[in-house]
Design a binder for this molecule. Sequence first.
Ligand code: NPW
Ligand code: K
Length: 516
Amino acid sequence: MSTAVMPVRVTTAAQAAARDAAAIAAGTPSYSLMHRAGTSAAHAILAHVAEVRSAGAVVFCGGGNNGGDGWVVAGELARAGCPVSVVEVAAPSTDDATRAKAEALPALAGHAEPRHPAVVVDALLGTGATGALRDALLPHVDAIAATRAAGATVVALDLPSGIDATTGAGGRCVRADITLAFGTLKRGHLLRRDECGAIVCLDIGLGPHAALDDGAPTLVDAAYVRDAVPPIPADAHKGVRRRLGIVGGGEGMAGAPMLAARGAMRSGVGMVQLLVAPSNVPVVQAALPETMAGRWPVTAEDQDRVLHWTHCLLLGPGLGRTAMTRALVERLLVEWKGPVVLDADALNVFEGEPRMLGSLLGARPAIVTPHPVEAARLLRRDGASVSAERFAVGAELAKQLGATVILKGVPTVISAPDGRVAVSASGSPALGTAGSGDVLAGIVATLLAQTGDPFASACSAAWVHGRAGEIAVSEGSVRGTSLEDIVEALRRAWRLDEPAHHAAVLTTLPAVGSVR
Ligand SMILES: NC(=O)C1=CN([C@@H]2O[C@H](COP(=O)(O)OP(=O)(O)OC[C@H]3O[C@@H](n4cnc5c(N)ncnc54)[C@H](OP(=O)(O)O)[C@@H]3O)[C@@H](O)[C@H]2O)[C@@H](O)CC1
Ligand SMILES: [K+]
């Protein structure tokens, strides 16, 4: 079992408040959390938008503690010499916000007003907001948007106002270029990447209370993957790097298993064997000469050959949703007791029968990789509700199947049958294309063959796949990035490096929405 450390949690509004409360109960004064949040935010603004020193900032403060954070930011920026003005949308209604305003006012007194501010700080609402934005705030949201249109960088404190921290719901809301999240990432951030811009999670001094054991998922990052996936030893041969059998590729669908094979080959696999429709064997062999190709294992002899050879089976890519598929998958799951990854049609043929699939999987290391529509099919519910409740649905499916579930999406949620949940937020819209899931399946099956740990393999594969998408896009554009580029970018993604950041920064996520 992996001993990986994943310090950043993904919380609901209530889980975020519980962490603040736990730190306060353990002796940290609540104002010190607000002060730390505000000063760290001011430092982040100075670091990200150098022009704020000369052009200044305008800070929109609401009446709650999010507004209090805004007052701390305003005071700190003024003390750093920036021109600063505050738009007080509501007078402070909490003791901490009242104190924050009182401490900021002397620094702001007599300060130059920014004429063309470089930064607009959104401190209207944070995790305490409920329901849609009240009408009284709409002119301020418009004013923030207008200043952004004039060239200012919008920095949201904790989260863009108007977005529900727990559900991501919300119609009108602030559109931020940078969101400075306090202590934890909120689910709403990951569900509304377009509005959050780049996300920087700041340490506000919650200490061990940030990791409160209340089921809040952990965020997968490069450090986790470095810990979970062992380096390839100097004397590794193809047996050490493991052999992977991929069963897929029905007529007209030879591409899917080949993409899975290419994901595997760019993730350190030792050998791949593709078992496809008889008519596809020559094309697969010609396109990927470094793999072995054969026909679906229908006879006992075919079956023995692959089952004695492989360390892990990946079933599904391009297999086709047919009675033959159901029979083949069932038979292989009975004959093969080792690790398996099931994707696409290997899942689709168990529509409405998760318990049946679970009994075939038994207690072996197993991973399923549905997208929301496939998960909906398995559970016989609608796809929209699966997306909306992805945190709960992933966990439910994992329990029913007794397998680790990668519920793909933005964000991807990984659930283990024992209740562990993680989130992978790496990625780019460039990954939203046919064949992307096949590449992921090849990566995850390789890691499962090598580590035997389904949860660590699933988390690591999801993160690396997303990271390859980020890298491919950073070197070009979303529109111009093909799956080819993403497979190629795995080479870089597997370096598992991450941007060096300041000690007060817990993690960063790049802006992925509205990026060309
Ligand atoms: N110790 C801590 O907890 C720490 C908390 N921290 C910070 O505090 C934030 C949470 O603060 P919070 O709980 O005070 O709530 P907050 O987000 O300011 O909103 C409440 C205000 O919004 C109003 N309002 C509500 N709904 C609305 C709507 N739909 N449309 C319009 N208005 C609406 C509501 O009005 P009311 O309902 O009272 O009339 C009230 O005025 C958190 O995100 C982080 O930034 C950090 O400093 C670290 C320490
Ligand atoms: K805000």
